[in-house]
Design a binder for this molecule. Structure first.
Ligand code: C2E
Ligand code: MN
Length: 407
């Protein structure tokens, strides 16, 4: 099947412009073998390339391109299918935009078109081309330094362990993972994540219960989360707990139970954030709204977990106004390489800025993901890159520091 792939990238500093024509002609020889055609634009800093051909060939060429050391910060903008090639004749012509006027280039590029249809701007691929030539999206082309610019230094304070005596005869345990602001080296909150008695995942814990037992078990487990957090010396820090909306809705007096246990540990409701997942909220709108009123009236805050993962999307923000949202891990993963993910994160940020909702990026594993998200304006992160959850303990954090430049 004929497929189209568009990406943009940033030229590496050590590549002389004079070598670009050679680059294009050697790439062309390879493209011919693979039956890949397209167009390559260069604006003095960035490349923009449209590749078209059989899907496997396009993928093979693109993975070679990704490994090419002459450019970096590659962002895939479009992957699509088309009935005909747009640039079937030209092999892979290089257009250097620094040598021509924008409108001229656009016309010249379109003149190269071979689509059996008149090439028009109704075509998404061509719209991308136009946007690149006109540089209207350029402010979003973040130039990220190499990942090696940062080294990660473990916090001076070692992991703080909890109180083992609290674990006698309890049905579950909790792991704690920090949510942090890496650049100011501060911990924003600790999230309590439920574990089975043998330390297994939340899914394994809940799998051992019947559907009827889950809401009460989930709610009652929070008693241990508060107690362990207190023993860990959480002090005035924010503690985030996860709760199924069903627990709030189906268990009578659920909010009162939470308040009682919070006070019993000498904690205050203002330091508690209740995280509920987007998926479950939407299923029980009406009853959930009432429980949220009660939580808020008592001083607790609300976070929407896994934002962007369910079917609710932005509509949810018209119905529930959370204090925080946590962007789903699958949107965060490889965000530095994906145009669609970047567009979604930017939209979420814009929306949350207008609504004064704090945004947390969840599941950050790579330095590049973190750097892209910082550039986009996110300041709060949770992920293995900084700290993994630790059972009955507050883990030490790996803080990023700028590595010394090599002499
Ligand atoms: P969540 O609330 O989104 O919690 C974050 C999950 O992402 C945790 O998995 C954590 O270990 C994992 N995580 C954090 N950073 C990374 C990363 O960089 N990479 C990857 N791959 N994973 C990362 P965990 O502990 O298995 O929890 C899974 C989910 O179970 C939680 O997702 C939450 O929705 C639910 N859960 C946890 N505790 C409770 C609870 O007490 N009650 C209820 N109802 N659900 C809970
Ligand atoms: Mn959570």
């Amino acid at each position: 099947m004929l497929s189209t792939l568009i990406y943009r990238s940033h030229i590496c500093e050590n590549v002389p412009f004079a070598t670009l024509d050679d680059l294009a002609s050697s790439a062309n020889a390879r493209n011919e073998v693979y039956d890949v055609t397209g167009i390559l634009l260069f604006n003095g800093t960035h490349f923009f390339q449209l590749l078209e051909g059989p899907e496997e060939s396009v993928n093979a060429i693109y993975s070679r391109i990704c490994d090419d050391p002459r450019h970096h910060n590659l962002v895939e903008l479009l992957r699509d299918y088309a009935p005909a090639r747009r640039f079937g004749n030209v092999g892979m012509e290089l257009f250097n935009l620094t040598e021509h006027d924008g409108d001229e280039v656009l016309q010249a590029v379109l003149d190269k078109g071979t689509s059996k249809y008149q090439l028009t701007y109704n075509d998404r691929a061509l719209q991308f081309l136009r946007t690149f030539v006109e540089a209207t999206e350029r402010e979003h082309y973040f130039e990220l330094p190499p990942a090696e610019s940062w080294r990660f230094v473990e916090d001076d304070s070692p992991q703080r362990n909890g109180d083992a005596s609290l674990l006698q005869g309890v049905p579950c345990q909790f792991a704690f993972q920090p949510i942090l602001d890496p650049l100011s080296q501060s911990i924003v909150a600790l999230e309590a994540l439920i574990r089975s008695p043998d330390g297994n995942t939340p899914d394994r814990f809940f799998a051992g219960l019947s559907q009827e037992e889950i809401p009460v078990a989930d709610l009652h487990a929070k008693k241990l989360a508060f107690a362990q957090a207190k023993r860990l010396g959480i002090g005035e820090r924010t503690l985030a707990i996860n709760l199924s909306p069903l627990s709030l809705v189906a268990v009578p007096g659920a909010v009162d139970f939470l308040l009682h246990e919070i006070h019993a540990q000498g904690l205050v409701p203002e330091q508690i954030v209740v995280e509920v997942s987007e998926r479950e909220v939407i299923a029980r709108q009406g009853a959930f709204a009432a429980a949220i009123k009660q939580l808020k009236a008592a001083g607790m805050r609300l976070a929407i977990d896994d934002f962007g993962a369910g079917s609710a999307g932005l509509l949810l923000l018209t119905q529930v106004q959370p204090d925080r949202i946590k962007i789903n891990r699958h949107i965060i993963s490889d965000v530095h390489k994906s145009g669609p993910k970047q567009a979604i994160v930017r939209a979420i940020l814009q929306c949350c800025a207008s609504l004064e909702i704090q945004v947390i990026a969840n599941g950050v594993e790579k330095v590049e993901e973190w750097m892209w998200l910082e550039s986009a304006g996110i300041a709060q992160f949770q992920g293995f890159l900084f700290a993994r959850p630790a059972i009955n303990a507050i883990p030490a954090v790996n803080w990023p520091e700028l590595a010394d430049t090599p002499v």
